[in-house]
Design a protein around this ligand. Sequence first.
Ligand SMILES: C[S@@+](CC[C@H](N)C(=O)[O-])C[C@H]1O[C@@H](n2cnc3c(N)ncnc32)[C@H](O)[C@@H]1O
Length: 502
Amino acid sequence: MDDEGKIRQSLNETLIGYLDSWGLREFHDEASYYQWQQASLSQQDIRDLQLLVEQRQGGEDALADIRFYDLLAQPSLLPILYSQRFDYFLQLGLLLLPRLSSAEHVLDFGCGVGILTLLYAQHNPTIQFTGIDRSVRSIEVARCEAEKRKISNVKFEVIPPSGFAISGFYDCILSTQALFQSEQSAGLPSKNWRTFERTTDPALQEHLEVRTGLHMRLDALLKVLSPRGRLLCFEKTWNLGRRILFQRALSTRGLFPLCEPVSCAYHELGEMKSDGPVYEVSRVPLTDPLLWDEAPYPCDGETLYRCVGTRAKHMAVALGMSRSQSEVRGQHATLGRWTFRLGVWEHVLAWGWCETASGFHGVVLGSVQEQHLLLQLVKNISLLSDLEFEECVQDCWGTVLDVRQNDSMPGYENHFPSAQVIYQALPSKMIQREATFADDEGKEMHIEIGTTMILTYFYWANTFDQRQLVLMDEKGAPTLCQYYQESLDEAHRSSQEILPAP
Ligand SMILES: C[S@@+](CC[C@H](N)C(=O)[O-])C[C@H]1O[C@@H](n2cnc3c(N)ncnc32)[C@H](O)[C@@H]1O
């Protein structure tokens, strides 16, 4: 391990010890966590919590939010409920701690019970920290913990729920999941269902900033940020519409990125979460300013889709998988002879096809841009032991021995923004039926069914970056037609069809 790795590992261990000192425990699955929660909390606590969670679900209700965080701060509940965020604190601590060392006065906006604020303060005794929050109970706990831990370079203050009278002057302001809450808001819509691009409409931007409370919070923070100060924030901006709204809110206030936004993923009870990147911005631009990225973030492997059994066999015929670009063969003790072929369909889809003498058929399909992932898959396949071969096939398609399947299973399916790239590149596309809808809020949605060569496709897209592309061979086409009709009926129930001009 290099020096950097050793420092990180040591910090990791220190942070785990620190979270332990709060009574927090790490859980890697929901079942064991909820078992512990049920055993540790009274039925009344659980009922109170459920009620507050429900009350908060409506959106921007400050009082419901305060009641929720006040409850979480109760000493009997705090370690149990905040344990869900164990890895969140760990990953954020690892990422933010090294970025604070150059600061003198740091404000932590929406500090909650101060778990992160006290961590930063303990590790940076020469920096003065101020934590502010509108939850009185949370601030009481934060003050009490500071005293108990003898951390004197920090103070905590309650700020009123309405109006933002923040005092002081800071060269670094932190906001982690406090500035841009309003989780119901999908942010800025795209120009239309065909694109991820947004209009530059200052009135819409302002309207959404006001509706989400972003404008008041951001303006209040900027009043107390020194001219050369930095704002470090980590908010729920994974969704592209929210990311662009947030970035434009920063940009219109003259804030520039000081470095590329850094992704921060963490697990919550075993489920991976990527809320958005950590932004580090300032009013002083770099000599060579960085541009804001408004494109969807691609995820490695997001275009890959697998199917097995008869659907795989039909897709193999439809995509001409007998004509492979490369082929690897081998012999497995129980599965018999196996073949793995790779190829590309019409410059659009890369495919991999595996069959064994025992009767297993598996297809993996992805965009040509991700063909390298399929190449990696087969690169060493002929060198694998029987067990490793089984594991490799299992990782890709699930169990080799159980190839039962539902005939309505798609031949290919993609729910990511990359579905649009594949949809646009489909060869000899012929639309059979299509419809576009708008709801009361102007949100636009489009569905379409058609053919591409001998395949049938279904495409669904809206102005909040949701996409769905499904491809079927001839035998699966009726299922797709039925799916189109169901989607059409559903759309008619919730929105208004935009009829083409005569
Ligand atoms: C999700 S918690 C995050 C706490 C902490 N920053 C963290 O990363 O663990 C959100 C916190 O922001 C506080 N908060 C939300 N809106 C606020 C506002 N307008 N003024 C002050 N605090 C606020 C809430 O009371 C809550 O403690």
